[in-house]
Design a protein around this ligand. Structure first.
Ligand SMILES: [Zn+2]
Length: 568
């Protein structure tokens, strides 16, 4: 029999959770035509996978590629890390529907909330659309990975209400208009509707983003607008996601899931030693939802977070603290003066000390892990390579003071890097409980967003490297299942996520001995020359998308073969 590709002699993990087995994989017309045997016959090309693992391509259930996809159909960072399908349009932020007069608003919102450089968005986005359907038509080309789009509440609300969307509840007529927009988006192929009630989500003027002003009834009505498409997705970034999911938000998610006959995914589930009880409390919300006939999953990264970059020009992570947030939105000169001013600084310290929830406690305790990576002022150069906590102890000052002194001297150009946390035993135990929970779906990379401080596209590789190779505590087939077949099942994505005859040939071939992610670096590859934090894949030998070799050892090989997947 003739094949397009035969992957020979690999250790196959089929994505179902079943034990690995030695096998060839035969691919024809973009589909898996043979697996579980040694394939005889010829192929146009063969891949020697001796000593390598052959798994389904990873599925990333939380990304923000909605802008990047317009100028970079490769969505390069994900594919080279073995990801073959992404879900985008999360947290309520999409580039459609949009009126021509509202483009600037959408751009500044994405800049503030999702850390996409303003210049890149201004240079890169083509705006060949107004409606959501026109947007899908504009991006419906050969793509580096398969793309599942969702429509965003903030885009819909701004379309229906203009700037009032950031200020008040909607009138019945406006809600009806929004219902129509959700239906339009679903009819053109959206997988669902996403929203945010997170207090971190503010536009560049410091106003709440539109979805935060919605009344509970609006959320439920927009969910109900999808009910003739059962099993659609509702993505939400809940306001109480870092403080345990309040009963009100749990009930809102349940009401939305039931009204739309939909699957709710909330993002992200995190653990902190400072608030050890929260993780289990949040999983309980899903159990309660199940009792009431609703499907609610938490999006969770079972592996390490990866290093994070921090500078005080954007400083989005501090937006959870009101005083810090008020300074973040100031013009540069005023911001600089505020960080230097002792009176303001006292207020910042108080704010940091009193902040509630996981993120605030994370910021309070990060100093031993914050490294001065790059500095510019002569006085700062001696600090390069040192941790803030150590510098503070040496100089007998508070960490926050030396941190801000350094940043101010460098006119906020200093680059700090936050190193990986060493996991405590209680953290490991909690992570294990979450990883094994039936209410969790693996993912949460935020790929395409927070380009100045995060690069998590290689999340599956990091998790496999730590949990399977280094710790030896998770089975490879279990974690691969979590990033492939299991995600496909939760998302309702049929025919992907498994290496089975008839399934799409999305395949990742990797070396278990070396799989991982490089150290992050800044890559100036965005439109207008702006830079993003990036990482290279390690140990991912081949990524095939719809049967076509897309990446070989991290390098692009052919024209992309990923598809825009429309849900109908
Ligand atoms: Zn998000």
């Amino acid at each position: 029999m003739e094949y397009d590709v035969i992957v020979r002699d690999g250790l196959v993990i089929d994505g179902t959770g079943a034990a690995p087995f030695k096998s060839d994989v035969g691919i024809r017309d973009g589909v898996i035509a043979a697996v579980g045997e040694s394939v005889s016959g010829t192929a146009k090309s063969e891949i020697d996978a001796t000593g390598l693992v052959v798994s389904p391509g990873f599925i990333d259930a939380h990304t923000h590629y909605d802008a990047q996809i317009d100028w970079d159909p490769w969505l390069g960072s994900s594919g080279r890390h073995g990801v073959t399908t992404i879900l985008m349009g999360n947290c309520g932020f999409t580039l459609a529907p949009v009126k021509p007069s509202d483009r600037d608003y959408v751009v500044q919102m994405l800049t503030r909330v999702e850390g996409m450089p303003l210049e890149a968005l201004k240079d890169g986005v083509t705006w060949k659309w107004e409606s959501y359907g026109e947007y899908l038509d504009a991006i419906d080309a050969s793509l580096g990975v398969n793309v599942m789009p969702q429509v965003g509440h903030s885009a819909i609300r701004y379309y229906a209400m203009g700037l009032d969307a950031c200020e008040r509840e909607a009138t019945p007529d406006e809600v009806a208009a929004m219902e129509g927009l959700v239906k339009d988006a679903m009819a053109s192929g959206a997988w669902g509707f996403t929203t945010s009630t997170s207090a971190m989500h503010n536009d560049s003027a410091g106003r709440p983003i539109p979805s935060r002003m919605a009344a509970p009834d609006e959320f439920v009505r927009l969910a109900a607008a999808m009910k003739d498409k059962p099993g659609a997705l509702i993505g939400i970034s809940p306001g109480t996601k870092f403080s345990g999911i309040s009963p009100a938000e749990r009930d809102l998610m349940i009401d939305m899931a039931r009204a739309g006959d939909a699957t709710v995914l909330w993002n992200p589930l995190k653990y902190s030693d400072q608030e050890p009880g929260l993780l289990d409390k949040m999983l309980t919300a899903s159990a309660e939802a199940e009792e009431r006939g609703a499907r609610i999953y938490a999006v969770f990264n079972p592996g390490p977070d990866g290093p994070m970059r921090l500078d005080m020009q954007n400083a989005f992570r501090f937006d959870i603290l009101p005083k810090w947030k008020s300074i973040n939105v100031l013009p540069f000169k005023e911001k600089l003066a505020a960080y230097a001013d002792p009176v303001t600084r006292a207020l910042l310290k108080k704010d940091l000390a009193e902040g509630e929830g996981l993120l605030a406690s994370g910021l309070r305790t990060m100093w031993p892990r914050i490294l001065v990576a790059e500095a510019f002022h002569p006085e700062n150069k001696t600090y390069v390579g040192s941790k803030i906590q150590d510098i503070a102890e040496r100089e007998g000052v508070e960490p926050i003071d030396i941190f801000l002194d350094i940043a101010v001297r460098d006119e906020l150009q200093t680059v700090f890097m936050q190193e990986e946390r060493t996991e405590t035993s209680s953290a490991t135990a909690a992570m294990d409980r979450a990883s094994a929970s039936k209410y969790v779906v693996y993912g949460g990379s935020d790929a395409g967003a927070h380009l100045d401080f995060m690069s998590n596209e290689g999340m599956p590789s990091r998790a496999i490297a730590l949990r399977v190779r280094e710790e030896g505590r998770y089975s490879l087939e279990g974690i691969v299942h979590g990033f492939t077949g299991r995600v496909a099942d939760v998302l309702g994505l049929q025919g992907r996520g498994r290496l089975q005859v008839g399934a799409a040939a999305d395949v990742t071939v990797f070396d278990m001995a070396s799989i991982g992610v490089s150290d992050p670096y800044m890559a100036a590859d965005l439109p207008g020359g702006s830079a993003r934090l990036s990482t290279d894949a390690v140990g991912i030998q081949y990524t095939l998308v719809n049967g076509v070799m897309a990446y070989e050892k991290g390098k692009v090989t052919t024209t992309p073969a990923g598809k825009l997947l429309r849900r109908h």
